[in-house]
Design a protein around this ligand. Structure first.
Ligand code: BYC
Length: 336
């Protein structure tokens, strides 16, 4: 199978970010450097450091939304684990969905270093107080959706998240390095699965094309509102949490997908997708941002179903939390 052009480059960027992180940990700043000096020097803010309240609150908002997305993101694909077409595909899908649970846990742990408890985060998700990514409110209608999600949704996730490996908050940057390495496997398995379908029977090919047609615009919307309407971008970029704007990353994603779609032999559902020599980028049709806002506010095709399922799973898991708490208490008494 031909390589996933662009994905290797992104993985290289993750490795560079990891090396920079190690180097930053070894560099010494003079005494008690101020928050602004640490940011200006491209060093990392660590949990023990002083930080503006708004920096802390903004990070909790973003990391929590990200963690919730990973947890809710298990549902659309979990829907196909018992219907995977072969044992091999089932094992791959199972591993991917388990990885997503793991990503949620790394991210909750990173958020907890900012002084918010896991229980508060759970409650914020279960009551709808905090959001999760719009993309997980769309249904997975066919097996080909597993390929399209891997290729497009995980592809968009990587493009958005690789720059977060250089985020100014140490625990988030470190979590993102691990997440991105795993996401790269996720994207590759989706692309390979879609490639097999695209080379298959006419019915399989049609199923692959239909999946791409349905997931393309919701994937573009994952990058958030256009820059002009993005409330957090300016501050977030000044604090080096975000490194690129929503539109910059969306464009990077489009430019990466066009040659990949050609290799797949599938069409992206945008008649206006054309190479713009002057800009050095593809022109494309933006997603429907009104639809994005409707979905974010709770009115997407699957919002209610996703929240009901998460609440049910949380209730059914009460005994696990109680057992873990009782075990911890027993150990605490044994040590005391
Ligand atoms: N969906 O000022 P803006 C994954 C909200 S996990 C929902 O541009 P910001 C994966 C935004 O929160 C995917 N809400 O915000 C998992 C804000 O509302 P609030 C998740 C959205 O933070 C499993 C308002 O709109 N990835 O990929 O500067 C399997 C204004 O937006 C969305 C992350 O969380 C949306 N699409 O930029 C497979 C990555 N877009 O909070 C895959 C980390 C915008 O003021 N997060 N909003 O009420 C980020 O990079 C940034 O938070 C975003 C938004 C680019 C998402």
């Amino acid at each position: 199978m031909p390589g996933v052009a662009g994905a290797e480059r992104l993985l290289g960027e993750v490795e560079e970010a990891e090396a920079a992180l190690r180097e930053a940990a070894e560099r010494e700043l003079d005494g008690e450097a101020s928050f602004d000096a640490v940011i200006a020097a491209d060093q990392k803010i660590e949990p023990r450091d002083a930080m503006p309240d708004a920096y802390r609150a903004g990070l909790i908002r973003q990391i929590a939304q990200h963690a919730h997305s990973e947890i809710i993101g298990m549902q659309p694909e979990g829907n196909w684990i018992s219907r995977a077409p072969s044992l091999r595909r089932k094992a791959i899908l199972l591993a991917k969905v388990q990885d997503e649970a793991g990503h949620g846990l790394y991210l909750y742990a990173a958020a907890e270093t900012l002084g918010v408890s896991r229980q508060e985060l759970d409650t914020a998700l279960l009551t709808g107080k905090q959001k999760y990514s719009s993309i997980f409110n769309y249904p997975t209608l066919s097996w080909a959706d597993m390929g399209a999600i891997g290729w497009l949704v995980d592809g968009a996730a990587i493009v958005n998240q690789v720059p977060l490996c250089r985020c100014s908050y140490g625990p988030y940057a470190r979590a993102m390095i691990r997440v991105c390495k795993e996401e790269s496997f996720h994207q590759r398995q989706g692309y390979q699965s879609l490639y097999v379908l695209a080379q298959g029977t006419p019915a399989q090919r049609a199923m692959a094309q239909d999946a791409v047609d349905r997931w393309w615009y919701p994937s573009l919307a994952m990058f958030g509102p256009p820059d002009a309407d993005s409330t957090h971008s300016a501050q977030s970029m000044a604090w080096k949490v975000k490194r690129f704007s929503n539109d910059e990353l969306r464009q990077r994603f489009v430019d990466m997908c066009v040659p990949q779609a050609e290799i797949l032999g599938l069409t992206l559902p945008d008649p206006d997708l054309t190479w713009n020599e002057q800009r050095g980028h593809y022109d494309y049709t933006a997603p429907d941002f009104e639809e994005l806002m409707r979905v974010v506010k709770g009115d997407g095709p699957c919002n209610r179903q996703r929240m009901a399922h998460r609440n049910r799973a949380h209730e059914e898991g009460a005994w696990v939390r109680e057992a873990a708490a009782a075990y911890a208490e027993k150990n605490r008494k044994a040590v005391a």
